[in-house]
Design a binder for this molecule. Structure first.
Ligand SMILES: O=C(O)CCC(=O)C(=O)O
Ligand SMILES: [Fe+2]
Length: 256
């Protein structure tokens, strides 16, 4: 794993060691306060390059290009944030190479234990055959509009940064207020509540943990010739967590 992850900086495999325990303690606190945790330079540069290379060829051959708009509450068909679009190319889990570093990372139990310890409850990898872990490519002009995820927790790996844009905007634990007050959603979408919103530019090698089912988020429009590439690893607090057919059809062009 040391070839993939900077384990000196992030000793997630040694939670009982001094540095491992300190990292866990600090991350738990940050996640509790903000429902976010960001680890810059988590992936080794070599691993980042390898995944970018395999993605660029894979997406051309096997990727699915989605062009539409999100419904805010994914899977319910409910809308709310009109006027924004969602376009990107996605490589589904079953189309990512078996020997990809991404699959090794997702299968690595210390990472699962770390996520569980940070969020404060046992989590399970998604069992979705298509969407458990995916790679996303946003080209110039692409964006992903405001939404809540189907999955409870997500690890996002930043792999390639565009020249401009492609910022993850994230409104921590905003779901109940958005569900209860129509104007809360409108305010966020119209940028009136920017003080609530965290903004994370794409930083290749960074790992981001978020709770996307509880927190409204989006990826701002990408500009320039370099695409934005990211991977998402999904987790739930139940062992049977997966996407619904609506979401699979939307993002992968097939129901399973
Ligand atoms: O940063 C990304 O590419 C994915 C953003 C997102 O919607 C998510 O992680 O759920
Ligand atoms: Fe999301």
């Amino acid at each position: 794993m040391a070839a993939l992850i900077d384990l000196d900086r992030y000793p997630i495999d040694r939670p009982d060691s001094g540095p491992g325990a300190a990292l866990l303690k600090e991350t738990r606190k940050t996640f509790e306060d903000t429902s976010l945790a960001v680890f810059d330079g988590f992936l080794q540069p070599e691993a980042v390059n390898r995944v970018v290379e395999e993605t660029v060829s894979g997406v051309g051959e096997r990727g699915f290009r989605f062009e539409g708009s999100n419904k805010v509450f994914l899977g319910t068909g409910e809308s709310g944030a009109e006027g924004h679009t969602h376009t990107k190319a996605t490589l589904a889990y079953d189309l990512i190479a078996t020997d990809s570093p991404l699959k090794a990372l997702y299968a690595w139990d210390p990472l699962l234990s770390f996520v569980s310890a940070v969020v404060g409850q046992p989590v399970y990898r998604s069992v979705d055959p298509v969407g458990a872990m995916t790679v996303h490519v946003h080209h110039g002009g692409d964006e992903q509009d405001w939404h809540f995820d189907v999955s409870e927790y997500t690890l996002v790996l930043h792999l390639l940064a565009p020249e401009e844009g492609g910022v993850l905007e994230y409104v921590p634990r905003s779901r109940s207020s958005v569900e209860q007050h129509e104007e809360a959603l409108r305010g966020i979408v119209e940028g009136k509540h920017q003080h609530l919103t965290r903004e994370l530019p794409t930083a290749p090698g960074a790992l981001v943990l978020h709770s996307g089912r509880a927190s409204l988020h989006r990826v701002t429009p990408v500009h320039g010739i370099t695409p934005r590439i990211s991977a998402t690893l999904s987790y739930n607090s139940t062992p049977d967590g997966q996407l619904n057919e609506y979401t699979r059809q939307l993002y992968f062009g097939r129901e399973r």
